[in-house]
Design a protein around this ligand. Structure first.
Ligand code: GDP
Ligand code: IMO
Ligand code: MG
Length: 428
């Protein structure tokens, strides 16, 4: 069985954690391929709720090997505290594998993230402040620190000194901050080396061997399609590739091994941080979606911006990821609305536009064109099959499927593992 990719089809927080956990029991490996602890993935197992930031959601499934791929940026302090938090709750984390090629988020990357945002003022991105962008910038500038550098003190020292040479100029001369001492950073990083060593592995080799042996590998994306550095609403994006191609570069597994790409799609839309959002609501409906959907960030605690479902975005996600399936989440949140507007196209400068415009200026001006679908009032959280859903809920799902360009193979009707309607198996 080849590999599957599971990724966010909107602006993140679609319910990837729940979907990954659901499949975790049936797959051999769950692999994070990009992002870092900017992610906040909630998994509810029985009466236990877990918030995962850096670790793959498969860590909660005993038979599954969790892997942090080379494309992820790793804050070692966060890694260790997340592991110990899970250990205290009785979760066995000993199988974790960490790519030696993954880049480390250093304390100075976090400082630069925060001061840059402050400097941008009202033009800020609204980052999570976890050092994600500056760490990827160092990677691309070839001054990044990798996990494997922790095991060669002399190389580590040279690299930290080289990175700080420029950064300290920036910090002291432009941002009016104190310089950061290379020696202190090296000492802190070396302090993590032994604690992490047992997890470090050649994850590319392990994953390709596993696929050769017909093991099932699931790639779990962080963030979402519209936050992608290449395909998202640049510059209001994260600094990695959550889209499907990122699963290959972020793990060293070729595209020919991937058979299924599943887009996680919320039945409405949310966004955290700055940037355009055509269907955003500023009225009671927006408030109600936030309240009923519990739309508050898992990582930063910020309220999420809320709006109606946007089919233009869903179609775009199908296109740029080559989606084979959708997992529609949070349908239960829409229970109680008499009428549910769905954005089917945009009006830009007086013209109807069916596809996401490539021009960012056009997207900023896009006005949603809505079609209104009849709602339902029955409780759907106990529904186990598609036919258990009220007719209007069925029609809402069918309409979304038709507009979005890929089959809806599962529907979330609550946060728990069991609160899912499976339509087509992801593993056949
Ligand atoms: P992720 O970042 O994509 O993993 O999503 P988050 O965990 O940040 O946000 C999704 C939230 O929705 C979490 O609180 C989940 O427990 C919750 N959730 C996931 N699926 C469903 C669903 O089908 N219905 C409801 N009501 N909540 C859900
Ligand atoms: P999950 O995996 C929602 C947003 C931030 C900000 C932008 C850049 O839980 O879906 P960064 O710190 O990455 O440089 O911030 O991206 N962002 C997310 N929004 N869900 C996430 O992750 C996000 N990770 C980053 O709010 O707008
Ligand atoms: Mg999240």
């Amino acid at each position: 069985m080849p590999a599957l990719v599971l990724l966010g089809a909107q602006w993140g927080d679609e319910g990837k954690g729940k979907a990954t956990d659901l499949l975790g029991g049936s797959v051999d490996y769950v692999v994070r391929y990009q992002g870092g602890n900017n992610a906040g993935h909630t998994v509810v197992v029985g009466d236990q709720k877990y918030a995962l930031h850096l670790l793959p959601s498969g860590i909660l499934s005993p038979g599954c090997t969790p892997v942090i791929g080379n494309g992820v940026v790793v804050d070692p302090a966060v890694l260790l505290s997340e592991l110990s938090g899970l250990n205290e709750r009785g979760v066995d984390t000993s199988k974790l594998l960490l790519s030696g090629n993954a880049h480390l988020i250093t304390p100075y990357n976090i400082t630069v993230d925060k001061v840059t945002e402050r400097f941008l003022g009202k033009r800020k991105i609204g980052t999570t402040g976890r050092g994600i962008g500056p760490t990827y910038a160092d990677k691309i500038n070839r001054v990044g620190i990798r996990v494997q550098d922790l095991y060669d003190e002399s190389i580590l020292t040279q690299k930290v000194e080289a990175a700080l040479d420029v950064k300290n100029q920036l910090l002291t001369k432009l941002y009016n901050r104190r310089a950061i001492e290379a020696g202190q950073v090296v000492e802190e990083l070396l302090g993590y080396a032994d604690q992490i060593k047992g997890y470090v592995a050649d994850t590319t080799l392990i994953l390709n061997n596993a696929l050769d042996e017909d093991k099932v590998v699931l790639f779990e994306g962080g963030q979402g399609t519209l936050l992608d550095i290449d395909h998202g609403t640049y510059p209001f994006v994260t600094s990695s590739n959550p889209t499907a191609g990122g699963a290959c570069t972020g793990t060293g597994v070729g595209p020919t091994k991937i058979s299924r790409v599943i887009g996680i799609l919320k039945a409405y839309t949310t966004r955290v941080g700055a940037g355009p959002f055509p269907t955003e609501l500023f009225d009671e409906d927006g408030e109600a979606l936030r309240r009923i959907g519990g739309e508050r960030g898992v990582t930063t605690g910020r309220d999420r911006r809320c709006g109606w479902f946007d089919a233009v975005i869903a179609r775009y996600a199908t296109r740029v990821n080559g989606l084979t399936d959708f997992f529609l989440t949070k349908l239960d949140v829409l229970t109680g609305w008499e009428q549910i507007p769905v954005c089917v196209a945009y009006e830009i400068d007086g013209k109807r536009v069916e596809e996401l415009p490539y021009s960012q200026s056009d997207f900023h001006h896009a006005k949603p064109i809505y079609e209104t679908l009849p709602g339902w009032s029955e409780d759907i959280t106990k529904a186990k099959s598609f036919s258990d859903l009220p007719k209007n809920a069925q029609n809402y799902v069918k309409a979304l499927e038709e507009m979005s360009g890929a089959q809806i193979s599962a529907i979330g009707v609550g946060p728990g593992r069991d609160e899912t309607i499976e339509i087509n198996s992801f593993l056949s």
